[in-house]
Structure formats: C-alpha cells, structure tokens
Ligand binder design. Structure first.
Ligand code: HEC
Length: 299
C-alpha cells in the first residue's frame, strides 16, 4: 500500500517535470530563434498553455488555509480529489481519508474525463479568487457549468483555472486530443514543405550568380504563392489572400530583376519574401503539441 502510493507520486512528479521542461523549451529564446532561422521568417509562436510567470508549487491544504499569497500566481497544486462537480470542474482537498471542509475549486475547460474521487492530482494553472465575472474574462471560450449552489459556495474562495490535470497514473486528463489533419491541411502542407528548401536554394543561387537556378526558385515561389492565394480565396479568407499576394509580388520583383541580370537588386527581395511567411503563420497557423501544424481559421 505504502509502496504503490509512493510510486504513483513519483510517476506524477515525472510527468510534472516533463511538463515544466516542455514549457521552458518553448519559452526559451534560443530554440525559437533556431526555428525561425530554419524556416526564414516562419517563427514558432509560444504554446497556448505557456504560463507568463514561473510556476509555484503548492499543496491544496496550504492554498485552502491561506490563499492570498498565491492569488494571481501560476501554480502546480497537489491534492486529493474531493468531488467531481461537473464535466469540467472538481474540488480538491488536503486529505483523502476525510473531508476537511476546506476545498479548492478547480476549473479545467479542456477536461477529457473525470478524475478519480480521493485520487491525488497535480493541477497546473492560474490561481484566482472565484468570481463568475473574472472567470468569464479569463476563460473566454468557457461556459461555467457549476450549479448555482456551488457558485455561491465557492464565491471568493480560491480556484485554479487549470490547463493541465495530472492524475495519479501520470496522465494529463485535461489534454486535448490532437485533431487529425484535414484535407485542407494536407493540401496546404504539400505546398508549404517545399518552401524552406527553396529559400535556402535561392540564397545560394543568388550568391553564386547562378541565374538559371535563381529563376527556377523564384518561379517556384511565384507559383506557390499563387496557389496559396487561391487556396485562401476558396476559404473566403481575405487577409491571408492579401499576405499571399504580397509574397507573389516579391517573387515577381525578383524575377523582373533576374530578367535584367541584376542579381544585387534580385537579392533585395529575399528578406521581405521571407517576412511574408511569418506574417501568415503568426495569424493563420496553429502548432500542435506534437509539432505538426493546422490551419487556424479565426485569425
Ligand atoms: C498566407 C498564409 C501562408 C503563407 C504566405 C505561408 N504559409 Fe506556410 N503555412 C501556412 C499554414 C496555414 C500552414 C499550416 C498548414 C497545415 O495545416 O499543415 C503552414 C505550414 C507551413 C510549414 C509546415 C509544413 C509541415 O506541415 O511540415 C512550413 C515549413 C511552412 N509553412 C513554410 C512556409 C514558408 C517558408 C513560407 C514563405 C516562403 C510560407 N510558409 C508562407 C500558411 C502560410
């Protein structure tokens, strides 16, 4: 008994460590820069769940006893589940053998399945004092589903707005499944995957004054941006169309200058052309946790 409790705690601790590591990798400046260089302007946005402040480890009992020092902080809070309240909410207590009456509310909009009653959990998220209006302001797409009685009960009490809920099997039950790539994603991916190589190739061709090579790459850009523009036109996304059209202009300008054998002038299009990629990715590309991408519809 003693042993199994210990090992599950260790598993949870490992899962937590993995989490914290992934946060720090994503936020560390150098990895972002490395990605941007590879892709020439296609910078990786931070993951949606990245907390803006360091995480504060805390026990639910400490929060229940004295919440004030933690209000506004991003916490990793451990505790025993007191009750599953709704599909996206539960309460946490300090002791799994008895109810202490001092519970901390957890709202986890992305909960995929309930937590085990009395099981230990580690919850990651911002801690605030519960107020319907504040919750609505912080969790824009979330519809609070607590009963009026619970809304009244927890008013002014500490609540964690959780982005991760790790159970005692080390599984994050608030992790959204990664959606499969749609036909549209695959269409766009096919065009996109050629572009980073073309960017490297066009630089090389221009540097070595390989006119034929540079023309070939610039033509590939022009064709690709034309296809990207047509794609977003079919989706009625005017802003993305405009960005693609801008890319096409830079490719055109490069072709015109290459036509006049003016390599130096052609080179001036390389950087703005790369900037177009990042512009669109920042608005219309989503990065999944597994490193794959999806089209983002709401800019
Ligand atoms: C108008 C919008 C737009 C422009 C311009 C654009 N991209 Fe993309 N790009 C996207 C979107 C959306 C995705 C995600 C596609 C998907 O669902 O896989 C993407 C995905 C990618 C990927 C990931 C492909 C994969 O799945 O491995 C790469 C690499 C990429 N783009 C490179 C570029 C480069 C380089 C440029 C500029 C030369 C560029 N893109 C210009 C919108 C754009």
């Amino acid at each position: 008994m003693q042993r199994s409790t210990k090992s599950t705690v260790i598993v949870a601790a490992i899962a937590l460590a993995a989490f914290v590591t992934s946060f720090s990798t994503i936020t560390s400046g150098s990895s972002t820069v490395a990605l941007a260089e590879v892709e020439q302007g296609g910078q990786a946005p931070p993951a949606a769940n990245t907390p803006p402040k360091p995480l504060v480890p805390v026990a639910a009992s400490s929060v229940a006893a004295n919440p004030d020092p933690y209000v506004g902080e991003y916490v990793t809070m451990t505790g025993a589940v007191e009750a599953n309240l709704t599909k996206t909410s539960f309460s946490v207590d300090q002791d799994k053998t008895k109810s202490t009456g001092k519970e901390v509310l957890v709202l986890a909009p992305t909960m995929q399945k309930p937590v085990d009653q009395n099981g230990y959990v580690t919850v990651i998220g911002q801690l605030i004092k519960f107020d319907e209006k504040d919750v609505a302001a912080k969790l824009k797409d979330y519809k609070l589903d607590l009963s009026p009685a619970d809304v009244a009960k927890f008013k002014g009490k500490p609540v964690v707005l959780a982005t991760a809920v790790i159970n005692n099997a080390g599984i994050d039950v608030a992790k959204k499944p990664i959606p499969p790539m749609s036909a549209d994603d695959l269409t766009l991916q096919k065009i996109m995957t050629k572009l980073p190589t073309a960017q490297a190739a066009v630089r090389k061709s221009l540097d070595s004054k390989d006119m034929a090579g540079a023309k070939e790459q610039a033509t590939l850009f022009k064709d690709s941006f034309t296809q990207i523009e047509a794609f977003f036109k079919s989706k009625g996304n005017e802003e993305a169309m405009k960005i693609a059209a801008e890319g096409k202009q830079h490719a055109d300008a490069m072709l015109v200058n290459l036509g006049m054998s003016n390599v130096e002038a052609a080179k001036t299009s390389v950087t703005p052309l790369g900037g177009v990629c990042g512009n669109c990715h920042g608005k219309f590309r989503d990065r999944m946790e597994d490193g794959t991408f999806r089209i983002k519809t709401a800019g």
